[in-house]
Design a protein around this ligand. Structure first.
Ligand SMILES: *[C@@H]1O[C@H](CO)[C@@H](O)[C@H](O)[C@H]1NC(C)=O
Ligand SMILES: *[C@@H]1O[C@H](CO)[C@@H](O)[C@H](O)[C@H]1NC(C)=O
Ligand SMILES: *[C@@H]1O[C@H](CO)[C@@H](O)[C@H](O)[C@H]1NC(C)=O
Ligand SMILES: *[C@@H]1O[C@H](CO)[C@@H](O)[C@H](O)[C@H]1NC(C)=O
Length: 542
């Protein structure tokens, strides 16, 4: 019994102690619970709020102005050694492959038959028309037809009523092609009479886009022989990039030699180039050209969102509606501005261009030519770029209103002026795809011994970089310097292609296909003593 009581005592104590213990735990629970509750609340509430307001994916939001605002002092006071324009590009001379023995001139000179007249209508902007003109020469040469000076089609996007001879030197065109392709300004009277003296009465023949040259022999040649003429419209992109070498030569000849700008354009362009060179004694006449595409219509068309809030949204909706009617509201059209930005499709803003160039090491003494139309929100957009690069010029700031009178209201003439000034820059920065940079890069390869000397930023990377508002200046610098090295490498690249595809055209990659023409022309721009040779060199190019 006793043992039982003695045994029961400690048990009670234990139970008692257990109760005490539990009571103490309870007290602690009471203290801990609110803390747990709070932690739980935070843990639960965050993903919950993400569910309703998810974090935007990296690269989808425009923060570049804010980033410039944060880093402004770092950028403007950065005194790391600047890039020397004279030692920027590292390139070897083109490797000489086979010697150029082919003189297409001789074989072409013998051609005697005239199978009829080729009339084409070149649609699109300046450089789209340029490619159509080259194709027209190629097709006329192939069919032994006489080319009627191409008609430039008026389009309400480009808003330019210029004719061929307003943009190009017509006599030079005819003279350069003499012996290769017959070119005439007008149809003979007998033919014109058949069509009541109106070319627009000639029936239109349609040709599928990117047709192989054989299509012209099979489908177009019979019409030409029957009617004595053929009129093809539209003519943009109607010929495959892959054509036999002697016909390809005609394309090279047209693009790189026969097409020179009309005297009013080349005269002012030469003056602008000289004015740029005069402003850069420190960099021996070398300047950087930047092709911006941040005009209102481009921003609207891109469907990208910047940091202008409701006002921007309203303005862009208005421009889209005005320019493209219901195109963007059509059923099935999904507009995803964030995705556009992530995939690098959004036009770069001036502040982004400025931070990128400064990050690459171009300092505030760099001379910049800005090729562009009227920028969207021009003043606000341009002011940070001007802070980073005070020596920034445009055609409007280099030329007087009188000098620009011939150009005002003619988008193609204005584009031609920009084209010429960009062609002669030491560095060309392209910020958006399109024909203008495409043709310029090729033309630059052609006159600079194979190097495009072009900076082509990786815009997907830039979008990521400029999404992060806590990014440091050093990090931006590190990343854009890699892009510069990559651009240098790409500028040198010569595609190893047997077939030239739509993306490896002779307009972008003149070599190897136009090498023999370049060699015959003996044309490699030498900037060493730019003053003396400039006039002479420009004479053959623009
Ligand atoms: C064009 O002329 C060349 C040389 O005279 C000839 O070899 C070729 O067959 C002609 N092509 C056509 C389509 O008539
Ligand atoms: C460039 O910046 C330096 C100081 O960082 C200044 O002395 C110089 O005047 C600036 N150059 C131009 C062209 O503004
Ligand atoms: C943003 O930049 C900061 C500073 O460079 C870096 O530490 C951070 O990881 C970046 N954030 C993202 C999401 O990339
Ligand atoms: C090419 O032009 C340079 C001067 O620009 C000249 O020295 C050279 O002899 C020329 N070469 C040929 C093959 O005409």
């Amino acid at each position: 019994m006793e043992s039982a009581t003695t045994r029961s005592k400690p048990r009670r104590k234990i139970i008692y102690a257990g109760i005490v213990l539990r009571r103490r735990w309870c007290l602690r629970y009471w203290l801990i619970l609110p803390v747990l509750y709070l932690i739980g609340l935070i843990l639960c509430a965050r993903p919950l709020s993400r569910l309703f307001f998810p974090l935007p994916p990296p690269g989808s939001v425009y923060h570049s102005h804010q980033i410039f605002h944060n880093l402004r002092l770092h950028i403007l006071t950065d005194d790391s050694p600047a890039i020397q324009l004279s030692s920027l590009w590292m390139y070897k001379k083109l490797k000489i492959e086979k010697p150029c023995k082919i003189t297409y001139e001789e074989t072409r000179m013998e051609m005697s038959v005239n199978n009829g007249y080729l009339i084409v209508e070149a649609n699109g902007g300046l450089n789209q028309q340029r490619s159509s003109i080259c194709n027209a020469v190629a097709v006329a040469g192939f069919l032994n037809a006489t080319l009627v000076i191409p008609r430039l089609e008026y389009h309400n996007v480009w808003m330019d009523r210029s004719h061929f001879d307003d943009i190009y030197d017509e006599q030079h065109f005819i003279n350069t092609l003499a012996g290769f392709v017959r070119v005439t300004r007008e149809l003979p009277t007998e033919l014109m009479e058949q069509y009541d003296h109106e070319i627009s009465n000639v029936p239109i023949v349609q040709v599928p886009a990117w047709s192989p040259i054989s299509y012209y022999l099979e489908e177009v040649f019979p019409i030409l022989r029957n009617q004595g003429l053929v009129r093809i419209a539209p003519f943009a992109n109607r010929l495959s990039m892959y054509i036999p070498p002697d016909i390809q030569y005609l394309r090279c000849l047209t693009n790189y030699k026969a097409l020179k700008f009309a005297p009013p354009i080349s005269a002012l362009a030469k003056n602008l180039i000289k004015r740029m060179i005069e402003k850069s004694p420190k960099s021996d006449g070398k300047y950087v050209s930047v092709h911006l595409r941040f005009e209102e219509d481009m921003v609207a068309f891109s469907c990208c969102i910047y940091d202008g809030g409701k006002k921007e949204q309203f303005e862009m909706d208005f421009v889209r509606e005005k320019g493209w009617k219901g195109k963007f509201r059509r059923r099935g059209t999904v507009i995803n501005p964030g995705l556009n930005r992530i995939s690098g499709k959004c036009p770069l803003t001036p502040v982004e261009v400025g931070m990128m160039l400064r990050g690459m090491g171009f300092d505030n003494n760099t001379l910049i030519y800005l090729a562009s139309g009227k920028l969207y929100q021009e003043e606000r957009q341009l002011s940070p770029l001007l802070e980073m690069f005070p020596l920034l010029y445009t055609k409007e700031s280099l030329a007087s209103p009188q000098e620009l009178a011939y150009f005002k209201g003619y988008s193609s003439r204005l584009a031609a002026l920009d084209y010429a000034v960009c062609l002669f820059s030491e560095v060309f920065l392209t910020t958006q795809g399109g024909n203008f940079p495409h043709f310029l890069m090729g033309h630059r390869r052609y006159i600079y011994g194979g190097h495009a000397k072009t900076i082509k930023p990786e815009k997907q990377k830039l979008a990521l970089l400029f999404h992060n508002t806590s990014i440091s200046w050093q990090e931006i610098k590190d990343q854009v310097k890699v892009m510069l090295v990559e651009s240098n490498r790409e500028g040198l690249m010569m595609p190893r292609i047997k077939k030239s595809s739509r993306h490896n055209s002779i307009y972008k990659y003149p070599f190897p296909q136009c090498r023999c023409l370049q060699e015959a022309q003996n044309l490699t721009v030498n900037r060493a003593n730019v003053g003396d040779v400039l006039d002479h060199q420009l004479k053959h190019i623009i």
